[in-house]
Design a binder for this molecule. Structure first.
Ligand code: SF4
Length: 552
């Protein structure tokens, strides 16, 4: 039996981070520092491509940013423009060929691309393009964009990019570097963040503003959804390359992905997370002695919970920060080996205490169950789990690595979740009936607590009751699986409130199962908006599809 386990395999994984620098003599070093700040967005591989005005120079490798970019590697990246990318695979496998930036030589010249996001329509496009003779050299969905750019009949690169991107649907915050230009583009729904900054006259573009902080750059503004910025030595131009679409900014950036010190979609992430903790405390109060976060990502919500409830905040779990994404051989005799490598309980803090354990999410539940057990074994009298997002019931198709519906413990199709026995179910239904009256009077249940939240439009009271009972049953089943004394998730309406979403501009598909771009089948009809200048067909037909991915 293969006993290798991967640390942190029961978390949502960050997608990718990009950082571009244009017009600075130390461009590659700044891109490196930017990637260093964005390391949380992807830890599998990293790459930087630089331009000295004559040639593109590429260095990429598997591993962490600091390990890859030693001084001698950075010395091989000359020029005043650079594009960096750090990757966790959301599409395509994890090998070096899929590491980015992807550098290609095509009829539009030599260019490099770094992509954060995911294209649900990539599989369909791949088949179509292969049918037309395109030869793919990676398994990454980003290469679909590359082929569409190469096939575009537009006269210039900005036209070709617009042409290509208007044919695909999905999430992309994209940086493109040529010998003398840099482009920054964001999809019209704005799924992923992308910010513009300035340093000593140079332009910096990064997934998150924490990259600006490290290098001393000033935040200018976000790249707008559907906007293309073209940065040259003559200045910066803005072009809206796509028709306006309803915004779908990823709300999970605020729950978990982005660094708390970043400004994402115009709001400081730390602020949202603390507010989530406060709202969680209001929705799911419980008599307790201490509030303990699951570090690091549970800390801001635990601070908010503690401030709102008046229950003292204590670091009852300490995180070992030096455990990377490493494969290790577990020792049979050590229970919960993987979790113990990462987290250590402090018995002196936990012993005899009624603990509110705050975390940002539950994926499969396997890690949360181990953490609950660990806290109990350290002497806690009670463990009340509080989660600062609603139950995750559906996968993400827009650039976040989530397991299948069957693996998500909160999904109706979950294979992980134990089901109540008929006797338990009957008892639980009676329990819900008994509690219905006080709940409708505004008193939250004390032991089993629902995700609550928004109700679909047009839902009848009877349907609402049955949906609410189903949700509560599911939460009770999860509570039993975790071995917690109680379990409460923040509601969807509170999540919107915590990120100050007054206009419905955030994606919440993984909590609702309703998708703005149908990604579940990976099939979408291609649409093309004729907003570009077209070159005479004859002038480009001969080179269509002839692209070459430049290997490292
Ligand atoms: S489905 Fe969830 S993780 Fe994916 S973009 Fe939407 S909110 Fe973010």
């Amino acid at each position: 039996m293969n006993r290798l386990v991967q640390i942190e395999n029961d978390r949502f994984h960050d997608h990718c981070g990009v950082c571009g620098v244009f017009g600075h003599p130390e461009a590659a070093k700044l891109a490196y520092l930017g990637l260093y700040a964005l390391q949380h967005r992807g830890q599998e591989s990293a790459g930087i491509v630089s331009s000295d005005g004559r040639e593109l120079h590429l260095e990429k490798s598997m591993g962490l940013v600091a390990d890859i970019f030693q001084p001698e590697v950075l010395a091989r990246l000359p020029g005043d423009a650079a594009l960096g990318h750090t990757r966790y695979s959301t599409a395509g496998d994890t090998s070096l060929i899929n590491a980015q930036p992807i550098v290609i030589d095509c009829n539009k010249g030599k260019l490099a691309l770094g992509h954060n996001g995911n294209l649900p329509s990539a599989a369909k496009w791949r088949r179509t393009l292969e049918h037309r003779g395109s030869i793919f050299q990676t398994t990454s969905d980003t290469e679909v964009i590359v082929h569409l750019v190469a096939r575009s009949q537009a006269r210039n690169l900005s036209g070709a990019l617009a042409d290509a991107l208007n044919q695909v649907e999905g999430a992309y915050s994209l940086l493109v570097l040529t010998r003398d230009e840099m482009y920054a583009l964001r999809d019209p729904r704005g799924f992923r963040p992308l910010a513009l900054g300035k340093l000593d006259g140079a332009w910096i573009v990064a997934s998150e503003t924490c990259a600006f902080d490290l290098i001393g750059a000033t935040y200018v503004r976000d790249v707008e959804p559907g906007e293309m910025l073209r940065i040259t030595r003559a200045g910066i131009e803005s072009l809206h390359f796509a028709a306006e679409k309803p915004l779908q900014q990823c709300i999970f950036e605020h729950v978990y992905f982005a660094r708390p010190d970043s400004l994402v979609f115009g709001r400081v992430v730390e602020q949202s997370r603390e507010m989530l903790g406060r709202l969680l405390a209001r929705e799911h109060p419980v008599p307790a002695d201490i509030v303990v976060p699951v570090p690091d990502s549970g800390v801001p919500a635990a601070v908010g919970y503690s401030q709102e409830s008046g229950v003292p905040f204590r670091m009852g779990l300490i995180r070992n920060h030096y455990v990377g994404r490493t494969f290790i051989e577990p020792v049979q005799s050590i229970r919960d080996f993987g979790v113990k490598l990462k987290l250590n309980p402090v018995p002196e803090i936990l012993r005899g205490k009624r603990v509110v354990l705050v975390d940002d999410s539950i994926v499969r539940g396997t890690t949360s169950r181990k953490i609950v057990r660990m806290v109990r074994e350290a002497g806690a009298a009670e463990v009340h789990v509080r989660i600062s997002c609603p139950p995750t019931i559906s996968p993400c198709y827009y650039g976040v690595d989530t397991p299948t519906r069957e693996e998500l413990i909160a999904s109706d199709e979950s294979r992980v979740r134990p089901r109540l026995t008929p006797e338990e179910l009957e008892e639980f239904e009676t329990h819900l009936d008994r509690r219905r009256a006080p709940r409708s009077a505004g008193v939250p249940p004390a032991d089993v607590q629902s995700g609550g939240g928004e109700k679909p439009a047009g839902e009848t009271p009877a349907l609402r009751d049955s949906r609410s009972n189903r949700e509560q049953r599911s939460i009770e089943e999860i509570r039993q699986y975790l071995g917690a004394d109680s379990l409460g998730y923040v509601s969807l309406s509170s999540l919107h409130r915590a990120v100050d979403d007054t206009r419905g501009s955030f994606c919440t598909s993984c909590y609702t199962g309703v998708y703005p771009v149908d990604g579940s089948q990976g099939e979408l009809e291609a649409r093309r908006l004729e907003i570009i200048e077209e070159a005479p067909v004859a002038s480009v037909m001969g080179v269509q599809g002839e692209i070459q991915v430049v290997p490292k």
